[in-house]
Design a protein around this ligand. Structure first.
Ligand SMILES: C[S@@+](CC[C@H](N)C(=O)[O-])C[C@H]1O[C@@H](n2cnc3c(N)ncnc32)[C@H](O)[C@@H]1O
Length: 246
């Protein structure tokens, strides 16, 4: 009885921390871009209904923001424990098997993104909703599998070419969030490295986390106010699309 009360309290605390995005604030130096992406999924995820395929799902971090009836995720990295292990350029499902799809921060990792888009188009029913996000200014990651960054024009060209009608194209972040997230990330990494070489190495998390969290919150607030002043920068782009009929 006591154990179950304790477990309930812990799981409620975890839920609350995720609802308030405290998990992002205290676990990563990349709070600003991750919060912006998560908020985009919160906003658009409700439109992804029925049987959904999360393409390149990673650790399925957005699954709980979706209210689809059935969730399938494919991913080729076994360590991330995806529901289905497969290459997103050869999706192992029949034509028109899904009502909707999600593909976040994956297209930049594919040398031939069009092959993945053709596969998504094949497995989603005509008229089905598909939500994409891509980075425009994020630093290189998952090397050497990091091939592209996208402007809104590049993304629009690619999606339309492969049979998706863009319903909404949304800028994610702007000039302040781009500079702030890069600055915080670099600053925290540099500080962590210095601490690791010093006698204070055991206190690294204790010293860096409050600085990262405080700086992230303050600059996130500023970015909400100021990102719109300049229209050429973005952390990335989000596109809510409809799968065009043949
Ligand atoms: C930046 S992560 C994004 C993961 C997830 N969509 C998210 O937003 O949290 C990119 C993911 O795509 C996966 N990926 C890259 N190329 C792939 C391929 N050809 N087939 C399957 N998964 C792939 C990677 O393993 C990685 O988990």
């Amino acid at each position: 009885m006591q154990i179950s009360t304790y477990n309930d309290v812990v799981s409620r605390a975890r839920e609350l921390s995720r609802d308030l995005d405290l998990d992002l604030l205290f676990r990563t130096y990349l709070f600003i871009p991750r919060k912006i992406l998560r908020d985009a999924i919160r906003e658009f995820g409700g439109q992804l209904d029925g049987k959904l395929l999360d393409v390149g799902c990673g650790r399925q971090q957005y699954r709980r923001f979706l209210n689809c009836d059935q969730y399938f995720g494919i991913e080729w990295c076994l360590e991330k424990r995806p529901p289905v292990v497969a290459d997103v350029t050869q999706i192992p499902f029949r034509d028109r098997a899904f009502d909707s799809a999600l593909c976040t921060e994956v297209l930049e990792h594919l040398p031939e993104p069009g092959r993945c888009l053709d596969e998504i188009r094949r497995v989603v029913k005509p008229g089905g909703s598909v939500f994409f996000t891509v980075p425009m200014t994020v630093h290189t990651h998952s090397e050497p599998h990091d091939f592209y960054r996208y402007t809104e024009y590049g993304l629009r060209y690619l999606l339309e070419k492969h049979g998706f009608e863009i319903v909404t194209l949304r800028r994610l972040g702007g000039v302040v969030s781009v500079m702030a997230s890069r600055g915080i990330n670099l600053g925290c990494e540099a500080m962590s490295e210095r601490l690791d070489r010093s006698a204070l190495r055991g206190l690294r998390r204790l010293l860096v986390t409050p600085l990262a969290a405080g700086g992230s919150l303050a600059l996130y607030g500023l970015s909400r106010l100021m990102d719109g002043v300049e229209q050429r920068d973005a952390i990335g782009w989000a596109a809510m699309c409809r799968r065009v009929a043949n």
